[in-house]
Design a protein around this ligand. Structure first.
Ligand code: NG1
Length: 563
């Protein structure tokens, strides 16, 4: 199974990027980072970690509900070169980091982890429980993603034994930030991998002779690490960045376990990414957007379960996928239930979402329910609801001026007057079945001659997804709507936002022989692209070929970098 394989050591760029032509475009970047590292830090990097961004072909905002999604890694990636600091002894700067970025707007950062709390287990044994890396979740800072990756390595591998190596780091990347292509996940995956490698932990245990860390383990660490930057994300991006294979999309399911399988794309299908140039800062808008959606889908799951008479413990934060499993009598040990069965269960749940509408819909709430209504519908008492959904809450502030409820969820906040349970659940359930249909069409196309009909069917599902994201999940924006319309007018079979939305990129399905004409037409019509040419245009609209997932290159034997 893909998730059980070890992290590949990169041997040649052609295997990595899927074709010789594509790899030539990237060779320069690999050479430059090594040369620049040597120039800045006086030695070659010991390891270069590579983690790609991803485009989500279909399946938006359903990963944290534990439904399967269909992303693909893109060629654009983050490289992190790392080496032990040459002129300093580990004991003088334990675990200290000098981090630089080849993009000049990101300035040099120096930081060192400090043990936060020591718990005396006995007189002789002192156990280190946590590390303090001072991750700033209030504003977007590039080094937060480096720290987040590092933090996971510290708590997993340095809880009491040894000190991490002091290191120099140099980062470069071609994944545009805040554009729905998962630059953040690529940064966190790359950073986690770089710190594992430099500390000799890719082999699995402290002495370095244990089983190798698997792709699945790296995904789990990266998901936990990214939460430390303040976003309560699902696992799609990290899984796509780590597990992808060239020329295929990846069907990733999260329930009963994380599993991933390659879905070869039909020949002749090209996916084109176009950046709306609206930057969406997910961390900054989280309390009204991303994190609020997570809370709404969780509350909707409990209420739907109650209506469908599915058993949910009072203390459980059940997801919509888990409700589907219980409704269908799925046996978790047997893996994901068969496709037809899951599709049927989704339909059954979709019929029940009507019950998530308020008894009386107010103009202001537009089908949303108030906090009091939501608690009543959940069947829990106020205390029980607080216990389950706010046990991750540190404080609660009712802002009477704005009339909004603000819940501080760990370092994550949500803010709303009305909770849109009906719309969110309707989107999630229909999107989950669109993913399954999309995958089926691709797999069926393998055994039949590819035809325009296949592309039309896939495009249709993408268009339905865009409508649902816009109207029900409300994660689109005027520019994304405009860009998807322009794409369809330019001949795309389907076009939709990709990633979290509220800005960022669209992905359009275009026939191979129409790629140039398509790009020309979109760039002439979408106003923010006016005047862009050559490399500048290629930065904002480009065809993508699915690449392979995260890997690394050792410049010296790994023993040399162990401390
Ligand atoms: P991006 O586009 O990277 O912000 C986010 C989440 C995904 C998924 C999508 C919506 C993170 C790191 N990623 O993606 O897990 O929920 O939104 O489908 O938060």
């Amino acid at each position: 199974m893909a998730a059980e394989q070890p992290i590949p050591v990169y041997t040649n760029l052609t295997d990595l990027y899927g074709s010789l032509g594509t790899s030539l475009n990237h060779a320069d970047k690999w050479n430059k980072i090594a040369e620049e590292f040597q120039r800045r830090f006086g030695q070659k990097p010991a390891y270069i970690a590579r983690a790609p961004g991803r485009v989500n072909l279909i399946g938006e905002h359903i990963d944290y509900c534990l439904f399967g999604v269909l992303p693909a890694a893109i060629e654009r990636d983050i490289l992190i070169a790392i080496g032990q600091r040459s002129k300093i002894r580990a004991e003088d700067f334990p675990g200290g980091v000098v981090a630089e970025n080849m993009q000049t707007k990101y300035t040099r950062q120096i930081f060192a982890p400090a043990p936060r709390r020591r718990t005396s287990v006995s007189e002789q044994e002192v156990r280190l429980e946590e590390w303090d890396l001072d991750i700033n979740t209030k504003e977007l800072r590039w080094e937060s993603y480096v720290k987040a990756g590092y933090y996971g390595v510290l708590i997993n591998y340095f809880a009491g034994e040894g000190d991490p190596a002091p290191v120099d780091i140099l980062v470069t990347g071609t994944v545009p930030a805040g554009s729905g292509l998962s630059s953040s996940a690529a940064m966190v995956v790359g950073s986690t991998l770089a710190f594992l490698a430099i500390n000799g932990k890719l082999e699995g245990n402290f002495t370095g002779d244990g089983p190798k860390i698997t792709k699945g383990q790296l995904v789990e660490m990266a998901v936990a690490n990214e939460k430390r930057v303040g976003v309560n994300s699902g696992g799609m991006d990290q899984a796509a960045s780590v597990i992808s294979v060239p020329s295929s999309a990846l069907y990733i399911s999260f329930f009963p376990n994380l599993s991933a399988s390659a879905v070869p794309l039909p020949p002749g299908a090209v996916f084109i990414i176009a950046n709306s140039l609206v930057v969406s800062d997910k961390a900054v808008t989280a309390k009204r957007n991303y994190n609020l959606r997570v809370v709404e889908t969780l509350a909707a799951a409990r209420i739907l379960a109650r209506r469908l008479e599915v058993r949910v413990d009072k203390t459980e934060k059940v997801t919509l996928r888990e409700v589907a499993g219980r409704l269908a009598g799925e046996v978790e040990e047997a893996g994901e239930m068969p496709l037809e069965w899951l599709l049927e269960t989704l339909k059954r749940m979709e019929r029940e979402v009507e019950g998530l509408k308020p008894e009386k819909s107010s103009e202001e709430g537009r089908l949303g329910v108030t906090m009091d209504e939501m608690i009543k519908m959940s069947g829990l008492t106020l205390d029980e609801f607080h216990e389950v959904y706010m046990s991750w809450v540190e404080g609660e502030i009712f802002d009477s001026l704005l009339g909004t409820l603000e819940l501080t969820v760990l370092c994550v906040k949500v803010e709303a007057t009305h909770f849109q349970l009906y719309k969110r659940a309707k989107h999630v359930l229909s999107e989950a079945s669109r993913v399954l249909q999309f995958r089926q069409i691709c797999l069926a196309a393998l055994s039949s001659a590819s035809s325009m009909d296949v592309l039309k069917d896939l495009g249709q599902l993408m268009n339905e997804s865009q409508i649902s994201c816009n109207e029900l999940f409300q994660c689109s924006c005027p520019e994304l709507n405009e860009l998807t319309e322009i794409a369809k007018d330019a001949g795309a079979f389907g076009s939709r936002l990709t990633g979290a939305g509220w800005g960022g990129c669209t992905v359009s399905l275009v026939a191979e022989d129409n790629v140039d004409a398509f790009i020309k037409s979109v760039s002439a019509t979408y106003k923010p692209y006016k005047g862009l040419q050559g490399e500048a245009l290629n930065e904002v609209i480009f065809a993508t070929r699915p690449s392979s997932g995260a890997c690394g290159e050792f410049n010296e034997p790994s023993d040399a970098v162990r401390i």
